[in-house]
Ligand binder design. Structure first.
Ligand code: PLP
Length: 372
């Protein structure tokens, strides 16, 4: 019945997209895309216009993350899932330690478990809704965890695991939904990797990795050491990225949308500014959830709560019905991560989302629940 409800437009957010990925793309990005229509789109990715665009994205990311000396932005095709496959060939020498606190962090461990040429992963699991912290593990040559676990809305610390001297283990941090919206010291990682369809408000299908000199060395060491499909060979990605190219044809529009978002973030004040925006949005959401009788933040420890993906449990109210009514009113993608199986909403609050729209969203939810 509630799906027939019409929310007054005075209450509604100016933009109703709250997806955790793909996420809201700003109109300004689409304008930038159209402006490059005939000069970049539909032209060769081996020539200057597209290579300049790729170069702009690489240098923009280097600026945004204030990359330490020797770190490089490496680009590859296929998004984060494909990066995991590539990393199983080109970054894990024998055995990885994995911090798992949800679907996404768990998936990389599964990739490693299924790779016949790798030793069994050493998995540290945290309960859904809590963060994970890895410790030194015997025989691990990589340590892997997610900065932001998108399925549960949990943020984990990005800090090198203290490993015995001489171990030279690499820190591989999945920053798919964190990079660009949560402060980070990239020097605490060897590979800080992400995809463009979350914080960078672009389309999917590419991955980006801020890569340390030690990780570049590991990639060179493993390239050719075992059979690797060329499309998954990280050394091939490194070599092409240095030329502002990709091994095979990329989605040029994805780069254009991402470049526009990077320009906007850098012109507005960079990572600190972008992080403030998501922090303001999430503050509004969590404060509302705490003071509202029928909601509570799923993540109980405030320190673990994600500033970019808010998970809100509902008590005595069917969250799925609320999401359905929101959707019928043009407010979309508030549904929870399906496999988590909770009575909750999940709200994406990347920098593209206006904090005022998050406040408006909570007013819309109250309006629905008062009338159901
Ligand atoms: C979205 C997401 C992924 C998957 O990204 P794809 O580009 O779709 O492969 C992986 N890890 C995290 C933390 C994510 O949020």
């Amino acid at each position: 019945m509630t799906d027939q409800l019409t929310i007054p437009s005075s209450l509604k957010p100016a933009d109703g997209r709250f997806g955790s990925g793909p996420s809201k793309i700003r109109p300004g990005q689409l304008d930038a895309l159209i402006a490059q229509g005939s000069s970049v789109l539909g032209t060769s990715h081996r020539q200057a216009p597209v290579r300049d665009l790729v170069g702009r994205v690489r240098s923009g990311l280097a600026r945004l993350f204030d990359l330490p000396d020797g770190y490089e932005i490496v680009i590859g095709m296929g998004g984060t899932n494909v990066f995991w496959d590539a990393a199983s060939f080109g970054l894990i020498r024998d055995r990885g330690a994995f911090g798992v606190c949800g679907e996404f962090s768990g998936k990389f461990a599964t990739v490693a478990r299924n790779a016949p040429f790798l030793g069994d992963p050493l998995v540290t699991e945290a309960a859904p809704g809590t963060s994970v912290q890895l410790r030194s593990a015997d025989g691990a040559d990589v340590y892997c965890w997610a900065h932001n676990e998108t399925s549960t809305g949990v943020v984990s610390r990005v800090q090198r695991v203290a490993v015995p001297n001489g171990d030279r283990a690499l820190m591989l941090v999945d920053a798919t939904s964190a990079a660009g919206a949560i402060p980070v010291d990239v020097s605490q990682t060897d590979v800080y990797y992400f995809a463009p369809q979350k914080v960078f408000a672009s389309d999917g299908g590419l991955w980006f990795a801020a890569t340390s000199p030690a990780a570049l060395e590991r990639i060179a060491e493993l390239s050719g050491a075992r059979w690797t499909p060329t499309t998954l060979d990280l050394q091939v990605c490194v070599d092409n990225s240095r030329l502002n190219q990709t091994y095979n044809t990329p989605a040029v529009a994805t780069f254009a949308l991402m470049a526009a978002q990077l320009d906007w973030m850098l012109a507005s004040g960079g990572l600190a500014w972008a992080a403030q925006r998501s922090a303001a949005s999430s503050r509004a959401l969590y404060e509302w959830a705490e003071r509202t009788s029928y909601t509570s933040p799923f993540v109980t420890d405030p320190a673990d709560r994600s500033p970019v993906v808010g998970t809100i449990d509902f008590d005595g109210v069917d969250a799925a019905e609320v999401a359905k009514t929101l959707r019928a009113n043009g407010i979309v993608d508030t549904e929870p991560y399906r496999k988590l199986g909770r009575n909750q909403l999940r709200i994406g609050m990347y920098p593209a989302v206006d904090p005022a729209d998050v406040a408006a969203l909570t007013a819309c939810i109250d309006y629905i629940v008062e009338r159901s």
